[in-house]
Design a protein around this ligand. Structure first.
Ligand code: PMP
Length: 389
């Protein structure tokens, strides 16, 4: 009898698998990877249809979901690229080199992962405001972590950059790969993130249910070092659609946006969202007029509700800066310039979602979203059943 039960189950499963899937799966041919670095990137592009509908958009709103990269963020890609480039140049010696990097955490996690695999020591310098979750992940991967005052100016000796430089001067075989200046940062996005987005859009056919222009019409991303937005923009504009509108998200308090007057009012304002915005212009952030077309200033007040909107409606457990990208996208689509895109079926608007909630589980902004949200109708039903008055 157990054999026939097994057969029945096999039949059921065979049927389940022969049914057309409700949503096509990501195709990556299964194979054994040499190590975790083979699972960096290759992230999905996902329709955010419910959010589009809630906001009255007729265009396609698409999220590039970077937390599915193996280390958990968009920055895995540059960590891998910078380490491999330094190796090719003979700058890293296994068992000897000490990779030192100032970061808001995600580049550090990518580097610590790569260096754990390859046998280099790692020291990460990181401002105090960055989450405990990032520090724990870094230490779990074997990195040393040094915290620095969040308010220290970038060029002061106390800042995460200043402390990294001091350590590099003193520690034998210390090397800073320097995401703020390393050309492999934007290049990693020009060669991987950008082409993945383009390929997903180009290879998804236009259908009556989901019309598509076949092009990336708008790209929205936040900027920290600026490597992500610069590299993706170059890939799209050089090889795919020179007319794509690239929209940068920059938090109020940061000075990355152009024209510079956009930053005047709030310069120096503290904000909670991690990983975007700076008090200096990193070399890898393109200032060429054509690479980033428009800047939108974002705030904590807009970003965290946007994170909640993504979680509740699309089932995606994204981090804070993903809310900033979405809020910038919605601001632009509702403004004078973006309105025509918002109203045109088939226009493809891609929003970069840089990391996941793993990095922020203990942050009060997340606990508010998760635990203090409005009770659902179902919560009331449950209460009435279990605790009738
Ligand atoms: N969001 C998060 C969570 C990040 O860690 C980073 C990297 N600092 C960014 C966005 C911005 O990426 P980039 O440095 O490429 O501008």
């Amino acid at each position: 009898p157990s054999a026939s039960k097994g057969n029945a189950l096999d039949n059921q499963m065979a049927q389940a698998y022969s049914r057309p899937p409700s949503s096509p799966a990501r195709t990556m041919s299964p194979q054994i990877l040499d190590n975790a670095l083979g699972a960096v990137g290759h992230t999905p592009l996902i329709r955010l249809d419910k959010i589009a509908k809630l906001n009255g958009l007729k265009c396609n709103l698409l999220g590039k979901l970077e937390y599915t990269s193996v280390g958990g963020s968009v920055k895995d890609r540059i960590a891998k690229a910078m380490v491999e480039a330094a190796e090719a140049e003979g700058k890293l010696i296994p068992g000897k080199s000490v990779v030192i990097e100032p970061t808001s955490g995600n580049t550090g996690i990518g580097l610590a992962m790569a260096c754990a695999i390859k046998g280099y020591s790692v020291i990460i310098t990181m401002p105090n405001k960055m989450s405990l979750e990032k520090e724990a992940a870094l230490r779990a991967l074997g990195a040393e972590v040094i915290r620095t005052p969040t308010e220290a100016a970038w060029d002061s000796p106390e800042s995460h950059i200043g402390v990294a430089q001091k350590l590099q001067r003193e520690i034998p075989y210390g090397i800073i790969l320097d995401q703020y200046r390393n050309a492999n940062n934007p290049l990693a996005h020009e060669l991987t993130t950008g082409p993945e987005i383009i390929e997903a859009v180009v290879s998804t056919p236009s259908t009556p249910a989901h019309p598509s222009s076949g092009k990336v019409d708008v790209l929205v991303a936040g900027a920290g070092t600026g490597g992500t937005i610069t590299g993706i923009s170059r890939a799209i504009k050089k090889t795919h659609n020179k007319d794509c509108v690239v929209v940068g998200a920059d938090p109020r308090g940061s000075i990355l946006a152009l024209p510079a007057e956009l930053n005047n009012e709030d310069e120096g304002l503290a904000y909670v969202v991690e990983g975007i915005g700076y008090d200096f212009i990193p070399d890898v952030l393109s200032r060429e007029a054509n690479d980033i077309d428009v800047w939108i200033k974002t705030s904590d007040e807009d970003s965290f509700p946007a994170v909640q909107m993504i979680m509740r409606n699309e089932g995606l457990l994204v981090g804070g800066s993903s809310g900033s990208s979405l809020s910038a996208a919605l601001q632009w689509l509702k403004g004078d310039e973006g309105k025509h895109v918002a109203e045109t079926p088939g226009k493809n608007v891609v929003v970069v979602l840089p990391d996941g909630i793993r990095n922020y589980m203990s942050k009060s902004w997340f606990l508010k979203i998760a635990l203090e949200a409005e009770p659902t109708p179902l919560a009331k039903t449950i209460k009435d059943i279990l605790h009738p008055v």
